[in-house]
Design a protein around this ligand. Structure first.
Ligand code: NAD
Length: 457
């Protein structure tokens, strides 16, 4: 039997071990899903704190039920480690590491690079490797493949090419793609906080570099995910993910721009959207807000731009969309200043309470959240900023300010000169807020009716 047949047989007999690299919002739910399906899973993370927590059955991701994590850990279907030499025991390695931007807003590929180097140095022959992190098209083929092949030359399990008589030094030809390992790209589409769609029932797109690679990937992923959609190559799958996220970026930017114009024209944008939604075809509703946030939508255009430049291509539409969104926190600050002005108050010296710093409702993730930027701008102008978020007890802003959440009480509401509704968490009791706040700036259409003390986006 060749390596492909051996691995397919193992998957069929449920005797494979899957390694998940990066146990965050994406990696941990995937690891739990595989483990729940009876697969033996090893989770790899650089963070000792996360690894220790998982091994104690302590959950830190909102979308996972505590009892489910405890059960798979107790059954020994899932264990976590910082020891990357254990990759040698894995038949498949799935990479879920971060893909942020560096300080020049360029793709920071160092996490993928580090994961690939660890894989090359430690894996065994016959390993299926899939990347799930969001990245620019061609990453799998042009960035990962050479890195893994090159670093596998230092892998003690790769066959030595030659051995010199004074034995001390061995060199190896390393592993070859298609023979010793297979590469695929399968983007994660998880929508944190979504009660209807989760890892298992969200269809998964996958493109592999070879037919055998796809066959193995499909057999494996089918254990944890109901539907796999085949595309012809990793670069198509990479573009799929970027399309999905830039589609959201462009549409959110469009509605934000129209919301700003509507505000000037005394047109209620929320009423406009409700009416447009009655069209049964050709329109999908997007809602305005203080800007885009999260680990994906604000970052992906920069990844695409990076590769587009290499093709001498200017992404003017995506550029404009990004520009509109980048300005949104500044417009939101002007809303706050205008609201305070209506009560003959200045931002400088006013107590301004922000409700919600998560980038979307009912989650504990504040990465790239526009609320944090608005807090920075407001504090910079002399506003006395505080915040409450039931999911996030402490936070720090991009400007380097740190905050502890205050409690949401009658007193904190009454005490604030202005209350800004930045995230529409379900837990927020709008009636209670309305009753006790002196002035409200509602950026999420939470207060349905207008009034003298309510300013809406
Ligand atoms: N969070 C989402 O909603 C979401 C949705 C779809 C896609 N994605 C993409 O998935 C990827 C991961 O995102 P996330 O939100 O899970 O990130 P995260 O920060 O929550 O988790 C990443 C984990 O990887 C670990 N890590 C970093 N470098 C490592 C390395 N070299 N080896 C092992 N572990 C390492 C970190 O310690 C962390 O625990 C990103 O590319 C992101 O764009 C995220």
């Amino acid at each position: 039997m060749n390596n492909t047949q051996i691995l397919l047989e193992k998957i069929k007999n449920n005797s494979e071990t899957v390694g998940i690299i990066g146990l965050g919002y994406v990696g941990l739910p995937l690891a739990v899903n595989f483990a729940e399906a009876g697969v033996h899973v090893i989770g790899f993370d650089k963070s000792k704190e996360k690894v220790d927590k998982i091994n104690k059955g302590e959950n830190y991701i909102g979308d996972i039920r505590d009892a489910v994590l405890r059960e798979v850990v107790n059954k020994v279907n899932l264990k976590a480690t910082t020891d990357f030499s254990q990759m040698a025991a894995c038949d498949a390695l799935i990479i879920c590491v971060p893909t942020p931007l560096d300080k020049f807003r360029k793709p920071d590929m160092s996490y993928i690079e580090s994961a690939c180097t660890d894989i090359g140095r430690n894996m065994s022959t016959g390993t299926f490797i899939s990347l799930e992190s969001t990245t620019y098209p061609t990453t799998t083929e042009n960035f990962m493949l050479p890195l893994i092949e090159e670093s596998s030359k230092q892998n003690p399990l790769a066959s030595p090419q030659h051995q010199t008589s004074n034995i001390k030094h061995q060199t190896s030809s390393g592993f070859s793609h298609g023979k010793d390992f297979w590469l695929a790209y399968s983007p994660e589409r998880v929508d944190p906080g979504n009660k209807n769609f989760h890892t298992r029932n969200t269809p998964k797109v996958m493109g592999a570099l070879t037919e055998e690679g796809y066959e193995i990937g499909e057999a494996l992923y089918k254990k944890a995910i109901d539907n796999i959609h085949k595309v012809s190559s990793p670069r198509v799958a990479e573009m799929v993910k970027i399309l999905e996220n830039t589609y959201r970026l462009v549409n959110i930017s469009l509605i934000n721009e129209l919301a700003l114009l509507s505000g000037k024209m005394h047109i209620n944008i929320w009423e406009v959207i409700e009416a447009a939604k009655t069209k049964p075809f050709g329109f999908q509703a997007f809602y305005p807000g203080p800007g885009i946030g999260g680990h994906c939508i604000p970052l992906d255009p920069f990844y695409l731009e990076h590769i587009a430049k290499q093709y001498d291509f200017d992404l003017s539409m995506i550029h404009t969309a990004g520009h509109i969104n980048m300005r949104m926190p500044h417009y939101m600050y002007i809303k706050i200043a205008t609201a305070l002005n209506s009560q003959k108050k200045a931002v400088n010296g006013s107590k301004i309470l922000f409700l919600g710093v998560a980038y979307k409702p009912d989650i504990d993730d504040s990465r790239e959240s526009p609320a944090l930027e608005i807090m920075d701008i407001t504090a910079h102008k002399g506003g006395l900023v505080s915040y409450h978020d039931p999911f996030i007890p402490h936070t720090h802003t991009p400007g380097g300010r740190t905050f502890d959440a205050v409690e949401l009480t009658e007193e904190t509401l009454k005490n604030a000169d202005c209350v800004v509704l930045t995230t529409n968490h379900k837990d927020f009791d709008v009636e209670f807020i309305k009753e006790h706040a002196r002035l409200i700036v509602d950026l999420r259409n939470m207060v349905k009716e207008k009034g003298e003390k309510v300013f809406k986006l």
